[in-house]
Design a protein around this ligand. Structure first.
Ligand code: MLT
Length: 209
């Protein structure tokens, strides 16, 4: 990896009480997709938004999959490492603290993998419609890291017990997990946006920190 090897957009922060956000799009998205969401849920936060480097039929993703919901786990591990290195380089280049990931679908899954494999890269995470990214996850130390997981009750892609297992795993690793199952499918709703905004308010950096 060279410095800042992922195509990305960066918006500097204007509110020191907000942690930077690492925005991770879903399959077929790009680095512009989640900027409006980031601005809406955390006004004034620095926004770092990379584009996934894997292409599936022309659609950017953050790691390869063999079929829907069946992941190439060697690639998951490699891409989580790449993402952690990208974050480290971006922190040096832009002078920002460790970010909170805000990932949707495939972006949530690479965020979960990065939490488990490279916990130092992230200060926490908001995982929107995530699933278990690895069959044999490592024992990570996520002590005190805040994680908001929002699942959809009628999500046709993510089985309910799969999301529950991920929440349990992150909790056992020490993360402060809040997991809600919303009356929604795989797509995001206004309820997601309200829940994320409220969580971001609660997770503001204390003025004395
Ligand atoms: C994935 O491949 O990460 C999940 O199936 C979600 C998706 O991108 O459809």
């Amino acid at each position: 990896m060279t410095e800042l090897s992922l195509i990305h957009r960066f918006e500097p922060g204007t509110d020191a009480g907000r942690r930077p956000l690492l925005l991770l799009h879903g399959t077929g998205g790009d680095e512009s997709d989640l900027l409006p969401l980031g601005r809406a849920v955390a006004p004034g936060a620095a926004l770092l938004s990379p584009r996934g480097a894997v292409l599936e039929n022309g659609m950017p993703r953050f790691f390869r999959r063999l079929a829907e919901g069946v992941f190439d786990e060697a690639d998951v591990r490699r891409r989580a490492d790449d993402l952690a290195e990208f974050v480290a380089a971006a922190r040096r280049a832009y002078g920002i603290d460790a970010p909170v990931a805000l990932g949707f679908s495939n972006g949530a899954n690479i965020a979960a993998a990065t939490l488990l494999l490279r916990p130092e890269a992230l200060a926490g995470a908001v995982l929107l419609r995530p699933m278990m990214p690895l069959g044999d996850p490592p024992e990570a130390d996520l002590a005190g890291k805040p994680v908001l997981m929002l699942s959809g009750a009628t999500d046709p892609i993510v089985p309910a017990d799969n999301a529950r297992r991920l929440a349990d795993l992150l909790g056992r690793a020490g993360a402060r997990v809040e997991h809600a199952v919303l009356p929604a499918g795989h797509g995001l709703t206004q309820t997601d946006i309200a829940r994320i905004g409220a969580w971001m308010e609660r997770e503001r950096v204390p003025a004395t920190a």
